[in-house]
Design a protein around this ligand. Structure first.
Ligand code: NAP
Length: 237
């Protein structure tokens, strides 16, 4: 059986990715930082699907902690860099500490996990990495400048790594979700969400399960690499 590692699996999109990979026959390891109860529920969802579950309390922005975690993971064939944080506020309220933290989790965290995963994939002879970017990383989002920049960097990281690792049969792709109903978007007012969604052809937000389907597809698809797969309800048509 192969193992998939999903970062940020204690809730939201990450939990649904864990469940989707478990149903697809993978053993699933995942990270979280704070949400113990959420992590237990994710373990339950993975085991309910008949798969093995491993939960790691690991801050992906801590390179040493990431290295220690990878030492405990065997049979890795897929890495999904889903862990992410957002900050809503204008540029003047985006302090250096906020900007650094956005990049530390959203970009450096993905980089550290990729660096560790690559060693295992090279030994295995193949592997697949899926990064969870954002529509704001493609278009830029007002009052989310730091977040948008971090997701744009993640898209750049994805493409460069796809070129570098392709000859080693390691594929690197990303999904780029639009508005999805999770804790991350819970701070937006109902009016703001409704206004955003009314401009989308389906006139609704996406679900974590819909993003998870796309991640699983990219993880398994063998002739796609360096791709940015949009799961945004037609936001950019
Ligand atoms: P969420 O509900 O806020 O969940 C975030 C997950 O990441 C949690 O499991 C959290 O664990 C984990 N996490 C946060 N910081 C971490 C760290 N330093 N190390 C390890 N794990 C960490 O977010 P979501 O909406 O599911 O978003 C998942 C991904 O999709 C993110 O990358 C986000 O940017 C992206 N995305 C979301 C949307 C959206 O509309 N929701 C749209 C586009 C892209 P703890 O709770 O334990 O800290």
């Amino acid at each position: 059986m192969s193992t998939a590692l999903i970062t940020g699996g204690s809730r939201g999109i990450g939990r649904e990715i864990c469940a989707a990979f478990a149903r697809a026959g993978y053993d699933v390891a995942f990270t979280y930082t704070k949400d113990e109860a959420g992590a237990r529920e994710t373990v339950r969802r993975i085991q309910e699907a008949g798969a093995g579950a491993l939960a790691f309390r690991c801050d992906v922005s801590d390179a040493a902690a990431v290295r220690a975690m990878f030492g405990q993971i065997f049979g890795l064939s897929v890495l999904v860099n889903n862990a992410g944080i957002a900050f809503y506020g204008d540029m003047q309220s985006t302090t250096p500490d906020i900007l650094r933290r956005l990049f530390a989790v959203n970009v450096e965290g993905a980089f550290y996990c990729m660096r560790e995963a690559i060693g295992k994939f090279l030994a295995r002879g193949e592997g697949s990495i899926v990064n969870v970017a954002s529509v704001w990383g493609e278009t830029g989002g007002s009052c989310e400048v730091g977040y948008s920049a971090s997701k744009a960097a993640l898209i750049g990281l994805t493409k460069a790594a796809a070129k570098e690792l392709g000859p080693s049969d390691i594929r690197v792709n990303c999904v780029s979700p639009g508005m999805v109903d999770t804790d991350m978007t819970a701070c937006l007012s109902a009016e703001a969400k409704a206004e955003f969604c009314s401009a989308l052809p389906p006139a609704r937000a996406g679900t974590p399960a819909e993003v998870a389907e796309a991640v699983l597809f990219l993880a398994k698809q063998r002739f796609m690499t360096g791709e940015v797969l949009r799961v945004n309800g037609g936001c950019l048509i």
